[in-house]
Structures are given as C-alpha cells and as structure tokens.
Design a protein around this ligand. Structure first.
Ligand code: CIR
Length: 257
C-alpha cells in the first residue's frame, strides 16, 4: 500500500471535554497541538500530502478523524460512530473529503454503529472489532460496502473487550506481523499471521502507523521500537501523551489513501 494523500483535523480547544476511559488527567491543548503538528510533519516526511482541517470546537473528539470514515482503494465510506456525541463529526468530514475522492454512505439506518478505529485492514483481510462502538449491523454494512469496492477482501469479526477500539488493541506492524496489547481481550485466533504479544506496560504502543517505507510509533516503548527498526528503514517516534489521555493513539489522527 503506497499512500500519497491524507487528512487530519487539528485538535479543538475543547479536546478535554471529549470521551475517555483513561484516568491520565486533562490534556494540555497547547501541547496536544505541538504533538499534532509533529504527527503531520511525520506523515509529510514519509511522502504523504496532508490536508489539515481547522479545529471544530463543537466536537471535542473531532481530531480523531479515523472514526467517522474508512478509506479503501481511494473510496471513502462514511461511518456511523457508536458514540452519540460523535455522530455529528461525519458531516464535517464528508464535506472535507468529497472534493478529494468518491464518498459512499455506510447505510443501514439508525441502529448501525461503526467506528473506523475498529477496522484494521491487514493485507486482503479486514479485521473488524465488535466493540462498545461497533455492532454487528455496522459490520454487516461495512462488509457490503467494502465488497462493492474490492470483492477480494475477507471481513473477519473480532469480538473485543478491555480496550476502546480494535486498533487500541492491535495493529499490523507489517501485513504479516500483528502487535497485540494484552489489555485487549478476544477469543479470536490470528493463525494467518505472526503475532507479538507486548508486555502489558507497553500495550498502548500496539497502535502503530506504517506509512510507505516507514512507520510512526509512540515514543517511550522500547519493545515496539526494536521490532519497528527490524522492519523499517525509517522509524519516527512521537510523543502521544495528550492524545493518550483521551483514548487516542497514532492511527486515530489521520485517514490516508
Ligand atoms: C473517543 O472516545 O471516541 C475518543 N476520545 C478517542 C477516539 C480514538 N479513536 C480511535 O482509536 N480510532
């Protein structure tokens, strides 16, 4: 997968009013903006032309653009986020994406729940977390929409507990190597790929953002840094402290295509 374009939204001053399950204190918005700017710089360093949207104060979680859309093969599928407070983010993101790429709707009605943070595309497999934010209806709708874009994909439902989203619990360092956060509880078996179970104190770093010939990882997690250096020429470590306080991690902050 070679990414040329991406979109992010700067954190709102209201970030601290957003949803979180963490007890890490309130985010420092000025530091969050510095960390966000470093994230954008890292994407650009890895060859992505990044569109930076202005903060949307009405939606404290709106910097987590990964949740209101899923992009595959240059088509954006607008989701229906599982948290009521985030439903309105979809309109603003749709308006921003529509001039750049084809946009389709998830469909399925008001009972559908799907957060992009639960969708992990791993080679030709799409792992979708059945979580507090994504329900079976959402997975059914996503399976239909993805099938229209790329019939070769196989969708696998992964029931999870213990973390917010599937991608808080696992991401693919490479298409053949999943990093697992031990706080993510699931009975799913990943026999199609190698997996690395991280030490519990490094579980947050299971969320990595591979981009072209490099990877962005969270700073301060040496086990993941060592694995990343084995796989990639460029490893960019970023301080994610202010987003971690709000249950956010690296993948949440962008959509790439
Ligand atoms: C939320 O609870 O929705 C936000 N505070 C964090 C969303 C993080 N997004 C993600 O993991 N994809």
């Amino acid at each position: 997968m070679h990414y040329t374009q991406g979109i992010v939204r700067q954190p709102a001053r209201s970030l601290g009013d957003g949803l979180t399950t963490q007890a890490l204190g309130a985010p420092d918005i000025d530091l969050a903006r510095v960390q966000h700017a470093a994230y954008v710089a890292a994407l650009r360093q890895l060859g992505v032309a990044v569109t930076v949207l202005a903060p949307d104060e009405a939606y404290p979680d709106s910097c987590f653009v990964e949740d209101p859309a899923v992009i595959w093969q240059g088509v954006a599928i607008m989701t229906r986020p599982g948290a009521a407070a985030r439903l309105g983010e979809v309109n603003g993101l749709r308006a921003a994406l529509a001039p750049m790429l084809p946009v389709v709707e998830l469909g399925g009605g008001p009972d559908v729940m799907l957060d992009g943070g639960d969708v992990l595309i791993c080679g030709q497999r799409v792992l979708v977390g059945l979580s507090e934010r994504t329900n079976q209806l959402g997975i059914t709708q996503l399976t239909a929409r993805l099938g229209e874009i790329d019939p070769s994909l196989t969708v696998i439902t992964v029931p999870i507990a213990g973390v917010l989203h599937l991608k808080s619990g696992m991401t693919a360092l490479t298409p053949d190597l999943l990093l697992l956060n031990p706080e993510c509880h699931t009975d799913a078996r990943f026999d199609f790929t190698q997996t690395v179970l991280l030490p519990v104190e490094q579980g947050y770093a299971a969320n990595v953002r591979p981009v072209n010939d490099g990877v962005i990882i969270s700073r301060g997690y040496p086990a993941v840094a060592a694995l990343a250096r084995e796989q990639y020429a460029q490893v960019i470590e970023l301080d994610m402290s202010e987003f971690h306080k709000m249950d956010g991690s690296l993948t949440c902050l962008s959509l790439l295509w």
